[in-house]
Ligand binder design. Sequence first.
Ligand code: ATP
Ligand code: MG
Length: 749
Amino acid sequence: MSESKNFLRTIVEEDLKSGKNKEIVTRFPPEPNGFPHIGHAKSIFINFGIARDYNGHCNLRMDDTNPTKEDTKYVEALKDAVEWLGYEWDGKVRFTSDYFSQIHDYAVELIKMGKAYVDSTDEEEMRELRGTVTEAGKRSKYAKRSIKENLELFERMKKGEFKDGEHVLRAKIDMSAANMKMRDPLMYRIRNVHHFRTGDAWAIYPMYDFAHCLSDYIEGVSHSICTLEFENNRDIYNWVLDTLGLTPSRPYQHEFARLGINYTVMSKRKLLELVEGGQVDGWDDPRLPTIAGYKRKGYTPASILNFCDSVGVAKANSMVDVSQLEFCIRDDLNKKVPRVMCVLDPLKVTLINYEGSEEINAPYYPHDVPKEGERKLPFSSEIYIERDDFNENPPKGYFRLTPEQPVRLRHGYIITCKEVIKDENGNSIEIKAEYSPESKSGSDTSGIKVKSAIHWVDATTAKTVEVRLYDRLFSKEAPEGVDDLNPDSLKVIKNALIEPAVITDKPDERFQFERQGYFYADPVDYTDAKPVFNKIVGLKDSWGKKTKIAEPAKKPQVKKVQVDGEVVAMSEEEQARFDKYTTEFGLNSEVANILARDEQLTSFFEDALAVLNSPINLANIVVGEVARELKEKQVDELKFTAKQIAELVKLIDDKTISNKIAKQVFEEMVKSGDNSSKIVKAKGLVQISDPAVISPIIDEVIAKNPDNVAKFKAGNTKLLGFFVGQVLKATGGKANPKVVNQLVHEKLK
Ligand code: ATP
Ligand code: MG
């Protein structure tokens, strides 16, 4: 895959071009204190991706300077994650502890230069002496120690002559530095503990800030890429290397924004709590955002890498919607995996007019003609369907089996309900039905109309399997703790029924269970005696905002086959359109789904597309705006044409107007039928992208809101949205939001 260009890659290219670096060397430096998560995947993707694409190399280095929390099992998990994602580290796995001697020698050198001292102040006093953001700190009285005394004390610290916390080694920098991190940062601390690699050899351990830059230097790293929270540490990074004169070909630190995803927690510490607290079943529990969890759940490396690419590399932290990750896995599996049938909650159906048995040839890849492979579906008079696919008192819009409404068995015949058998509590336990002999899929001459096809299995040959349905681990978007856990994050179905070929042919490890979602043969618990499948992801996003765009699909006039909570199988034609829209045009599956299933919208969209080749923006307007109009009117009653919509979208593509303004222009077009360019001109709606125009407006907003400015500077970064919103409002929505965002960000830095 080719990764998008981002600011880190731009830096790398410039450094190569200017001759600053001859070779690009990066590193991925995790601390082995937990299993890696999807945030680490992003770091792996960036570091290994850059090294690979610029013919350099990337080291895998365990940052093992905190012996109390580290363990070899985490080292193995980290190696596993990198390999599984398809990357190779340079040479052997490296460890910061490999460099403990060298790092120690550099510390001695700094002491000899008078640039480091042993401090014996206790922790609390040290904190007080450090000062505050507005107040300079005071240097500890121990800073006056002679070089000789410092050398002796440091040697004794190393030999283990002192208790934990009795002394520390500090860099002598500047107690009044504006950057608090530069106020004589700690370099070494005493820890009388066993280290998983160096054993009891050391009683002192270097701090991250001292060890990291030196390890990078020792390894010849050119670009030390880390996350934003280390921005203020960059000054120490530079101070250490510059002061020691390690400058000829020294590494430089660059920061990017951490990846955050909603409905989960991400730090290893919080994940460890869940694992140790038994809220999940180990580090590879499929509900965790760990690489091991995704791997076990059935995610593919490609889907994770695509996701990392799609979220981009930015300088501002943001929260990514988990549905974006789910989209990536769905997108990867859609064409690749066989489609089979599995009934999760079986209801027996007896076909009273069918005798004997037969085998129906059914393709594994029904919607991907070039990919071959089929299996035989056994069929006889006893089958099982999903309990949900029969309803005696169907709500409006229910398209499956009812006492009045026949339904098609996927790949098979049309059946009609004749009798419902119930238990003493009134629950349906069996359906007696008739099949139509002339209705076989592919050679149907029955003339019977059905509204949907349902999945099923043959009773005598079906295999019993366990199916594990996973849902989000937390029910809150930004969970705070175990109170926010989703009680329904795991549902185990012990007796699901699956068509036999899945178990005997084993055509793959991943499947689409038709109408249910994507599933994966559990790599740990699956046995031939007891097959177990994990749900990877559903067929469409059933959470959150995105489902809202599906609303136009429920309009009465244009006949739709969308029923709450399920996807009715598409016709072959619709499916072909859907596939084309998602793969060729890159539409997201929700938009493609709405378009593909609606002939009016499809033809409108394609007419516009013939005028302007801009499928994504066109599809968004057609699904988001045009669909609303078509709910009440026929195409020939509209005041605007497909060509005019194409012209409107052209204005967005040219950045003449923003998406938001486009909606306003559209409303006008609906009323007047005027051309978009005329409306834009008449109303003065041209987008403002010129920083010189936007800048003074921002200054005004900043001047009017001193309280919010102070809060923002104190760390409430959520207020960025407030400022951007105010500026947009002040320009009547005409300012280019991207430009505003960037300018506000710069001004408030
Ligand atoms: P955690 O808080 O989960 O333990 P960390 O930042 O302490 O994370 P490390 O093991 O020290 O994790 O990190 C290894 C590398 O991965 C670092 O360069 C770090 O910046 C990066 N990294 C960690 N979390 C994320 C994230 N959420 N997004 C992007 N990169 C991350
Ligand atoms: Mg950490």
